[in-house]
Every structure is written in C-alpha cells, then in structure tokens.
Design a protein around this ligand. Structure first.
Ligand code: F0G
Length: 380
C-alpha cells in the first residue's frame, strides 16, 4: 500500500460494486480487509495434503463478520432518512448494530434471547448505548417480533433479510480471490440464518461472471442491488459447504427446528431466514451441508487457539471442525484449496473459553521459589 493511503473500510474499497452513490454519507469503522491466514500446524497432522486457510473475520471492528453487512445497512438506513434501527440477534448482529448506530448518531434497538448470548456481546450492545430488549424466548422468536415491529414502526430492520447486509458481506469473497489470485476449491462456513453463505456466493458469482447483471439464481435475493463485477477467473467458483451445530441443524433435518440448542450460541437458530436461497447456493455450487456436535466444535476451537494462535468463538470453529472431518474422510479431496471463515473473535465468549481451557492458572505465593517451582513443574 502506498504511503499516505488510509484504509477507510469496505464501501470505499469496493464502491463500484456496491449500491452507494457519490454523495452517500458512509458510516464506517474501517471494517473488512481481514487476514487470510494459512494454517501450518494443523494440516501437518493430517494424512491428506491440502492448502487450508482461515479468513479471520473476528478481526473486524466489533469482532465479527457482521460489520461488513452493518456498514452497508446503516449507511443505507441513514441515506433513506431513518433515525433508528432494530434487529434480533444471538449477539454479534446486536454488537455491530449498536456500534454502527453510535457512529451514525441514531438509535439501535436490539432484541436478544435472555441468558443465551455470550458476555462479550452483551457488553458491546450495552456499552455502545443501544436499547437492549431481552426476551424470554429464542432468536427465532426475536426475529418474528422485530419483523412485526419494523413493518409498523419507523425503524429499519438490519437483520440479514435487509438486502444491503448481504451486499456488504459479499466483499469477503472479493478479498479472498484478490489474495489467492483465484477462488478456493471449497469455502466452509458456519451456518445459522444462512445469510453469510449466501453473501459469499453472491460475491464469488459476481467475480466469476463473464457478463450480465444477476449472475446467479441465488442472486435474485439481492433485489436488484448487485452489480456485475468481473475481474476474477471466469467461471471459477468454490463449492460452498455449510456446517451447523447438531442441536440447531434445520438444513440437516430438512425442516425447521423449534427448540434449537448448542454451546455455539451464535448459531442457535432453528428457523433460518435465508432457507430457500441457501438451498440454491448449495445446489448451484455443488457443495453440501453437514453438522458438527458441540464437542467437535469445542475441540476445533481449542485446536486453533493452541496450535495456530487463532482464537475464534465456538460457532466459528464449526467451519474448521467440519472441514477437518471432510478432509480426513476424502469428501474434500487431496490437493484442494480450502478457506474456512472464522466468523467471530474468541473474546466474545470468555466463559466458554475459560470453562474448557487445557491449563488453569496456577496460584502460588509471590516469591521466587514458588514461581520457579511452577515453571519447572510445567516445562514440556
Ligand atoms: N458465526 C457467528 C459468530 C455468528 O454470529 C453467526 C450469526 C453465524 C456464524 C451464522 O451466520 O446467520 O449468516 O448463517 N449470528 C447472528 C447474530 C444470527 O444475531 O449475531 P448466518
């Protein structure tokens, strides 16, 4: 990057491919431009040779991929004259909505399931000054309620049913293709509402298109906002693979799940909003859905933290848990390039992390003998 060039977020970066005007006031916190980290230590233990990357979306300003969508949703809400936004959330959307509303000087109302969101996410929503409404119900109940409110009150709904959200989120695919020089063979993501897997597919399709406006059947979801981008490798798109937590896996059950449950609270969703379109993504891309148990998710989270130095939240680790299983069983063939999206930062959910860490702190007296002993006892 040239001297004097300040990165000012993904809307400025991809202005020509996003539905903004020259005079649009852009609400940004410098989101996007997240690292694509090649894993070294974990692949070495696999019998299968693969090129395995993680796109660490936890390094966005509020610690999750939601910032990509929220910069677009809040920018457009403001442009359309809105003074308030609303969302239902398992935590990350509410954190992003709260932060971008603060930046824009408007009000955020966030509806969250009581007791089922990670502590860091609640702290964010509270600290950014949003109105936090805790319901005695789950995310799906919240979603139903905010849709009703937004239909009647002058508030803009910023869940991923807002088409601008997916427009922002598609830019993650642009960044990946720019860095690799091509699309990966497989792109693995955790799936809740299935907005993000859809957004990535829109991004890859736009890049791979030779001509035309709507470049994928799934793209009809953009409601006319997408623009032909080109610039990638014509026709080359990844297989999209979505992993769900076993207790919240409607795509695996083939039907909605009424009482979803999982340690990965971010994806504790039984009624995905992007149900139809996500099936199209799966079919168009030739990918698949699969599920991971809570145990597999936590093992993968710990593996990434201990062996690669990458701390993601439990939901994010579902992508790696699933990918490693599918690499081992050959469904993802040897020689493939694989990108797993790590959707949120591990600091979001300190309670789950502390509860499963391999080493607990060693308490000793504040004197050199005790500290030395603790060190010597724990030398590998
Ligand atoms: N990973 C994390 C960390 C999430 O927060 C979410 C969704 C997902 C994955 C799933 O993405 O819904 O696009 O399939 N979180 C939403 C929220 C529901 O309210 O923060 P999806």
């Amino acid at each position: 990057m040239a001297f004097g060039h300040r990165y000012t977020g993904l809307i400025e970066r991809y202005r020509d491919r996003l539905p903004v005007h020259d005079d649009t006031r852009i609400i940004s916190l410098g989101e996007g431009n997240t690292p694509l980290i090649r894993l070294n230590n974990i692949p070495r233990q696999l019998d299968h040779e693969v090129e395995l990357y993680v796109k660490f979306e936890g390094l966005n300003p509020t610690g999750s991929f939601k910032d990509r969508g929220m910069t677009m949703a809040v920018t457009k809400a403001l442009e359309e004259g809105s003074r308030a936004i609303i969302c239902a959330s398992t935590g990350n959307t509410s954190a992003a909505a709260a932060a971008y509303a603060a930046r824009a000087g408007i009000t955020a109302f966030v509806v969250i399931p009581d007791g089922k969101i990670a502590m860091g996410k609640l702290a964010q929503a509270m600290m950014h000054g949003s109105v936090v409404i805790q319901i005695e119900g789950n995310f799906d109940d919240g979603m139903r309620l905010v849709k009703q409110v937004a239909a009647e009150a002058p508030v803009t709904l910023v869940n991923s049913v807002n088409p601008y959200r997916l427009q922002g989120q598609k830019t993650a695919a642009f960044e990946i293709v720019e860095e690799l020089g091509r699309a990966p063979d497989y792109h693995c993501l955790p799936v809740g509402n299935a907005g993000n897997i859809t957004a990535h597919w829109i991004g890859y399709c736009e890049l791979s298109a030779v001509s035309g406006d709507h470049v994928t059947e799934a793209c009809t979801f953009c409601k006319g906002h997408c623009r032909f981008a080109g610039g990638g490798v014509a026709g080359q798109r990844p297989k999209m693979v979505g992993y769900q937590a076993s207790g919240s896996a409607p795509f695996l059950r083939g039907a909605m799940v009424d009482q979803p449950d999982t340690v990965a609270t971010a994806i504790r969703i039984g009624h995905p909003q992007s149900w139809d379109v996500a099936w199209k993504v799966q079919k168009e891309s030739g990918g698949w859905f699969d599920e991971c148990t809570d145990e597999e998710i936590l093992v993968a989270q710990k593996l990434l933290a201990e062996q690669e130095g990458v701390f993601c939240e439990p939901a994010s680790a579902a992508s790696v848990a699933g990918a490693l299983r599918d690499i081992r069983n050959g469904r993802i063939p040897e020689g493939s390039s694989v990108v797993c999206t790590l959707t949120g930062h591990g600091l979001k959910d300190p309670d789950t992390a502390i509860a499963q860490a391999s080493r607990t702190p060693i308490k000793v007296a504040a004197e050199i003998g005790a500290v030395t002993r603790a060190i010597l006892d724990n030398m590998d």
